[in-house]
Design a binder for this molecule. Structure first.
Ligand SMILES: C[S@@+](CC[C@H](N)C(=O)[O-])C[C@H]1O[C@@H](n2cnc3c(N)ncnc32)[C@H](O)[C@@H]1O
Length: 259
């Protein structure tokens, strides 16, 4: 039996509801359902464990992880706040935009009462390895969504997650770069067991998989490929201003990009 299966499931409760209220006004792309999945994963980390988040933006996911993490668990948030690779179609760096994100990030963490719990490393993820010591029990990847950085975050930071640890990837089955990184590193992996997803938030557990389990693991991920296709069609419809088409494809808010 794996480590996660041995752990008792933690019930939803007032702490989770309080965490959701704390991010009520915090901008970002993490949906409520995704926040719930993240919260449960954060709650499972045992002290003196470590949570590392790549891509914090204005603190939405950082607050959820910090509110969930038991006392004694360290939380590291890595984000250069350079205003680039920031959100859908916001790839080019912009220092003013980045400083504004940094200001909002600090203010939001303060307001949520978790400022003292989080160590912010204001660097690009590929330059931050030396700022983080030891193994990572929960790795949350939500930084640059282009293929190369997404691939490097999953590969290089994922290599620091020991057996039993957790990897969560946002914009999985959604951003093309992240999807390609999933295909390359996760679909046929002998190291990452697919656990499930909430919309574009995919969860994996670090395990050593046998050949048979790898095949099953690949198939369990492949059945979600139609969701990637659907998201792509919604984006095309939104760019082409065909909002009724986006609605037909199940996009509830026709002004918002799927995530
Ligand atoms: C989609 S947002 C993250 C959203 C955040 N997790 C939330 O819940 O609101 C992407 C963030 O990744 C950051 N980012 C971009 N390139 C990065 C890199 N190379 N390393 C770490 N973070 C990066 C951006 O500054 C931006 O704040």
């Amino acid at each position: 039996m794996n480590a996660e299966a041995r752990r008792p499931r933690i019930a939803d409760g007032p702490d989770l509801e309080a965490a959701l209220r704390a991010i009520g006004d915090v901008e970002g792309w993490l949906s409520e359902g995704q926040a719930r999945r993240l919260w449960h994963a954060g709650k499972q980390v045992e002290p003196p464990g470590q949570i590392v988040e790549i891509g914090s933006f204005r603190g939405r996911s950082t607050i959820v992880l910090s509110r969930a993490a038991p006392e004694g668990v360290q939380i590291v948030a890595i984000d250069p706040h350079g205003g680039g690779d920031r959100g859908p179609q916001e790839i080019t760096p912009d220092a003013e935009r980045g400083d504004s994100d940094n200001h909002r990030f600090r203010a939001n963490l303060e307001r949520a009462g978790v400022n003292g719990r989080v160590r912010h490393v204001r660097r690009m993820s590929n330059e931050a390895h030396r700022d983080v010591d030891g193994p990572i029990d929960l790795l949350y990847v939500d930084g640059a969504h282009r293929y190369a950085p997404a691939r490097d975050d999953i590969a290089a930071w994922g290599a620091r997650v020991p057996v039993g640890g957790t990897l969560l990837v946002h914009d999985a089955y959604n951003a093309i770069g992240v999807m390609l990184a999933q295909l390359r590193l996760l679909f046929f992996s002998g190291r990452w067991c697919y656990v499930g997803r909430t919309r574009s938030l995919a969860q994996y557990r670090r395990e050593d998989l046998s050949a048979g389990a790898r095949l099953q693991n690949a198939l369990r991920q492949a059945v979600h490929l139609p969701y990637f296709v659907r998201n792509g069609l919604i984006k095309v419809a939104l760019v082409a201003r065909l909002r009724p088409v986006a609605r037909l494809l199940g996009q509830p808010d026709e002004d918002a990009w799927p995530y």
